[in-house]
Design a protein around this ligand. Sequence first.
Ligand code: PMP
Length: 422
Amino acid sequence: MVTTKADAVPRVGGRTVEEIRSDFPALARIIERDGKSNVVAYLDNAATSQKPRSVLDAMAAYYERSNANVHRALYTMGEESTALYEESRRAVQRFVNAARPTEIIYTSGTTAGINLVAHSWGRAFLSEGDEILLTEMEHHSNLVPWQLLAKEKGCRLRFIPFGESGELELDRLETLWSDRIKLVSIVHGSNVLGTVNDVKRIVDFAHERGAVALVDGAQSVPHEPVDVQALDCDFLAFSGHKMLGPTGIGILYGKERLLESMPPFLAGGEMIEAVWLDHATWNSLPYKFEAGTPPIAETVGLGAAVDYLGKLGMAAIRDYERELSAYALPRLKAVPGLKVYGEAKRRGGVFSFNVDGVHPHDLAQYLDGEGICVRSGHHCAHPIMRKLDVAATARASLYFYNLPAEIDRLVGALERAKEFFG
Ligand code: PMP
């Protein structure tokens, strides 16, 4: 049981948050700025998470002991490297409950995974006049690849709108639908509004009408249990660096039947079976989509990250973050002149806000002076900013290692900032 009451010790999955924090060296960092010295309050987890010692150690051990290219070496170090690479894939497979390891494709991140689907599946299976259904709250990574594809193929994009509270207007799905929609690609957790969308409902709706469904899991897979078989999505893209892993590694889950039917995206080593001067044949899954030397140490780091999350338990992580978010929201809203964007009933620990009369960049710099890391800007979501009628927002985003005391620090600093810039 987790609690955020001031006199009780916050816990996640049987461990105290203080104990968990000691696994993350960067959370002890002292920020020296403007003559002040503060322990960091890292509240930019939607951008990237901090890394536990076990991830750093796994990557260092890989380089110190087993560094060799994968799949092509018959010597001990090469075999170890390949075994580590494939063991991480199986760890990720278990983590999202994919039916087979061949359905887990290593990519460099969510963006790369979505682009893979757009280039491979999209080019092969969409034709002029076909339509793609997105939402108005997509990150650019799940919007621009489809814009490019639509331009190339003569396709049309449609959008599920979101309302005042930041919730998708799913009751309009029926009227929005067209028989030309072949693909639905939707964000699970919004990186701006915090909304956690009912993707299962949208996936089922798409399937009943014969469309393929892709889920952008960049902000959901790190924060709650995501089971691809229960969700029944055709594709799920997510990033290692937002879930304790290193940068440069991500996952595209795809149903085997679909991946089998798709042509390769990037071509070169590892994705081939045999090559002649004028043609080539493709390797089996998942290698068909893993051209070139992969980021091996990064997959090892991701495997360790997934082990760490699995040991704590994703349900426990979700529950703690819900309580922490419920603690944060009313306190943020009580700051004079502060407006939070996004108040969906199902929301995660992402809070975009503005303070009257203070530019979000000034706010972020002021907060840094107190050791508090928040992001400011458009969060790679220009269409959301336009709809909210703001140029930018500040954004605080939580993870399971954050404490109620860090929320208190943020709120106190925001109150002082309001006076400072007043
Ligand atoms: N989708 C969402 C919802 C995101 O929040 C992000 C990262 N901010 C991405 C996609 C892109 O992830 P990456 O930069 O790791 O490819």
